[in-house]
Design a protein around this ligand. Structure first.
Ligand code: FES
Length: 145
């Protein structure tokens, strides 16, 4: 396994940051991948347009856990607009790379953050689609749960 995964991936997988739930979250996003069946759930707490807290639960592979862990670190303390700019490519770079067949794991991290922000907008009476864009079905097409 070591030759496929960077030290950063292994470190975040073994010791993931910001795991858990935020009970009174201001936004919750859940995204799944239909092919592998992995699911990521992201909770955000927002104050004055800033993400003051973020937690995640990932029912998935080690790369998805590492990607969600590092992604939470990358958006914590950032404004909503800055968090929306986070791309899966930046997540992969921060992780020191992922094998090609694991890139989709980083996509889950980007999309679950966007889904949490979309939920935050909805709760505040704002249509998120023009801002966040269209997000995939939370459980992935044909996921069956
Ligand atoms: Fe699907 Fe990693 S294998 S998220």
């Amino acid at each position: 396994m070591a030759q496929f995964y960077s030290e950063t991936v292994m470190e975040h997988f073994t010791n993931p940051r910001n795991v858990g739930e935020i009970e009174d979250a201001d936004g919750i996003g859940e995204i799944g991948n239909a092919k592998c069946g992995d699911i990521m759930k992201m909770y955000i707490k927002v104050r004055d347009n800033r993400i003051v807290d973020v937690k995640f639960k990932t029912f998935g592979c080690g790369s998805a856990i590492a990607a969600s862990s590092i992604a939470t670190e990358m958006i914590k303390g950032k404004t909503i607009e800055e968090a929306l700019k986070l791309t899966n490519k930046q997540v992969v770079e921060a992780l020191g790379g992922l094998p090609p067949h694991k890139i989709h794991c980083s996509v889950l991290a980007e999309q679950s953050i966007k889904a949490a922000v979309a939920d935050y907008y909805k709760r505040n009476g704002i249509d998120p689609t023009p801002i966040v864009g269209k997000l995939p079905d939370p459980h992935g097409e044909g996921h069956g749960i």
